[in-house]
Ligand binder design. Sequence first.
Ligand code: ATP
Length: 285
Amino acid sequence: MAAVTAPSAAVLRAQRLYRFFHAGDEEVVALCGVSVQLAAGEWVAVTGPSGSGKSTLLQCLAGLDEPDGGDVWVAGQRITRRPDTDRARLRAKYIGVLHQSGNLLEHLTIGQQIRFARRLAGQRHDAGVVDRLLGAVGLDGRGRALPGQLSGGEAARASLAVALANDPPVLIADEPTGELDAFTERAVLSLLAARAVAGTAVLVASHSRAVTRAAHRVVELHDGRVHQADTRTADRTADRTADRTADRAADRAADRAADRAADRAADRAEDGGTDRGTDRTGHDG
Ligand SMILES: Nc1ncnc2c1ncn2[C@@H]1O[C@H](COP(=O)(O)OP(=O)(O)OP(=O)(O)O)[C@@H](O)[C@H]1O
């Protein structure tokens, strides 16, 4: 019988996850032995090409999908190989989930959604919680607003407030800034950073360079496998290589410009010599 408690102190841990899908006669291997773990206060970005398995991984980690192999532990509890109701209970209690398209219910105010998420998590009524959470995401006083009354950027921040309503030790977000302008993306990233500082383990799937640069650690997926433990190192190497290439190109361009200038000066000197040797009247001197 496999352990129900986590084999390590990590607040989120996945061990050798496999997930297969069937598309017609073909089998798609969406995850092929992926292991990740996050400590409290750690912020990890999951990146990789389209179709590499990011969303599938996040769904399995959040208990929204069941892997075909491997296990996930959250806050020391195994969330895999359990009935759906158990998974939902553990998710409500321990995980904040932020979906790509936001996670707001159209017909409830933002305040109602925050209170609802807390009730699902079994947390007691807290009169100040709506103001506190909305204040933290810069939406003071908008608790009575319906999602349709918010701008795109406000809705993204309200989604984050709802995802954090249960004060989760783990926050899992799939492309949370995918549809945001650069300014709102920065605002959401600083909220995620603040959350990590407060001790939440934050896992974000994203194509955005701003997200991978801001994260503590980057996990890159390729064809359902972990490709590289930390692509920021690769990014920096790529940046340095690009800088060096640009420097060398600039040096070569400067050398060529200097050569051409020297050639022109030499030509002029030569022409001038001939001129000087030639009488202005056209007679040889
Ligand atoms: N429900 C499904 N049925 C069949 N195939 C699926 C299903 N969900 C995902 N896949 C396949 O699994 C692979 C991984 O998909 P996934 O959505 O996890 O990738 P992703 O990295 O999140 O992509 P993107 O960046 O485009 O969102 C892809 O080949 C995808 O087509």
